[in-house]
Design a protein around this ligand. Structure first.
Ligand SMILES: *Cc1c(COP(=O)(O)O)cnc(C)c1O
Length: 460
């Protein structure tokens, strides 16, 4: 019924208005006597005429069609659709922050500069790296920033390496990044445990390889256990280790990627650090690097000198600017507020709960859905439709049926290494009741597939 909402152009009636102004006590003048005729619109044919309540109800109804985290469970794998505390939104809207002009002189923006400087420090601590740029606007943008820095480093030594190694369990953006950075992408096949083995990397690693891009945890939700050993192999031949850290929600306070030999990593603030996402809104993909790559960071770099924060543009080796000004400040602000309110213990606990929730869900569903890699997962788990194949029910049908039950479906048909994947990421912010509700529904759907497969095929 709600979805029968007509267009606003189909509503209202002649002469209806959303305002009432006091009567004018001046002489009326025709608009054409004041405004040049070429600037005047002839008429407004079909322009809707509505009262205030018509307009409010129309847009309120439209807003209710949206399914968001505030309406229900949102287990979209690889996206970390966790609840983001509203207090961080409030802080981002404080006028001192929200109205600060990007050209405000440094002396008058010390608070904002300090906040960005300190957030860089927090992220360096969490990832185990030395320096951070907050400039990239998204995860993929952070990847490009990182790989361009690697390229600049190598080129400064007159080294024109041509290839980047990318495992088949990497995120698709890793392939795009290496291609856009003009590298030839070489795929590394994951092993029977769903991770990459050092031997496979050693086979491909040579002096032509600029870097390996490893997503950790990978897109199967599995921890790349051999990363440290792989990093050694790559370093021995003069290559760099890029880590796609968009899945950091599984690792905070537990693993420091820098300790595993990672040279450069990006982080998705809009996944792990409290910026709602999914509608294409602003995000942030800071990059963290080890010391040797620091000269190549985008400008400006925020520096602290005797208690004063300054923007330094005078960095001869910098790859330049990746984005206007300093990045998406509102997102940076929310991440800062989130980290301070969680504290280091809180962040660690969040990751522990994210991993526990995913394992709970995986264990409870694995009798009903085929689990291609039956081993402990990190923050997400991947099933397939193999058990349902004999009823001619597919992953797509299962996802559609979940909509009937009022759930946002998980990620489907990704990652590509698994045929007809169903990738579920519950996150740490869901209660046991909400997990159980989803699990019971998934079990009910598995039974329906057996007993009434048409129901699923016709859903929603
Ligand atoms: C989400 C994600 C990305 C891409 O991040 P964007 O902000 O969408 O560009 C990259 N890698 C992994 C592993 C991701 O989950």
């Amino acid at each position: 019924l709600i979805q029968d909402e007509p267009l606003i152009f189909e509503q209202g009636g002649e002469g209806r208005k959303g305002y009432s102004l006091p009567r004018w006590d001046l002489e009326e003048v025709e608009a054409k006597n004041l405004i040049p005729s070429h600037l005047l619109r002839e008429d407004l044919e079909g322009f809707p005429q509505l009262s205030e309540i018509d307009v409010v109800r129309h847009f309120t109804r439209l807003s209710q069609w949206n399914y968001g985290l505030d309406s229900g469970f949102y287990p979209l794998g690889s996206c970390t659709m966790k609840y983001n505390p509203k207090v961080n939104e409030e802080i981002a809207r404080m006028s001192g922050f929200a109205n600060l002009h990007p050209y405000t002189p440094e002396d008058l923006a010390q608070g904002a500069l300090r906040l960005m400087y300190e957030l860089g420090g927090f992220l360096a601590e969490i990832t185990g790296m030395d320096h951070v740029s907050l400039q990239p606007a998204a995860g993929a943008h952070g990847e490009l920033t990182g790989i361009r820095m690697v390229k600049a480093f190598l080129q400064a030594r007159g080294n024109g390496r041509k290839k980047v190694l990318v495992p088949d369990t990497a995120h698709g953006t890793n392939c795009s990044t290496s291609t856009i950075a003009s590298y030839q992408m070489v795929e590394i096949k994951s092993n029977e445990n769903g991770i990459i083995s050092p031997e496979k990397v050693a086979e491909q690693m040579d002096e032509e390889v600029a870097a390996i891009m490893v997503t950790n945890p990978n897109t199967l939700g599995l921890f790349e256990e051999h990363l440290a050993e792989i990093a050694e192999i790559v370093h021995r031949k003069g290559g760099f280790v890029y880590c796609d850290g968009a899945n950091l929600n599984a690792l905070m306070g537990i693993v420091k990627l820098g300790d595993l030999g990672v040279d450069v990593v990006h982080i998705n603030l809009h996944k792990t650090f409290s910026t709602p996402h999914g509608g294409g809104g602003p995000g942030a993909g800071p990059v963290a690097v080890k010391k040797e790559l620091a000269p190549y960071l985008p400008v400006p770099v925020i520096e602290k000198d005797r208690g004063i924060y300054r923007l330094n543009d005078d960095r001869p080796h910098s790859i330049g600017k990746m984005r206007a000004f300093y990045g998406n400040f509102g997102v940076i602000l929310k991440a800062y507020a989130y980290i301070l309110s969680m504290g280091s213990e809180g962040l660690k606990r969040a990751s522990e709960m994210a991993v526990l929730n995913a394992n709970y869900l995986m264990k409870r569903l694995k009798d009903y859905y085929h689990l291609p890699y039956d081993r402990p997962c990190m923050h997400e788990c991947v099933f397939t439709d193999l058990f349902q194949e004999k009823y001619h029910v597919s992953t797509l049908d299962i996802a559609k049926r979940l909509i009937d039950y009022g759930y946002h479906p998980p990620t489907i048909y990704f990652p590509l290494v698994v045929k007809a994947a169903l990738m579920i990421e519950p996150t740490e912010t869901e209660s046991k009741e909400s997990l159980d509700g989803f699990i019971e529904t998934m079990i009910a759907i598995a039974k329906e597939a057996e007993e009434d497969p048409d129901l699923l095929r016709q859903a929603p």
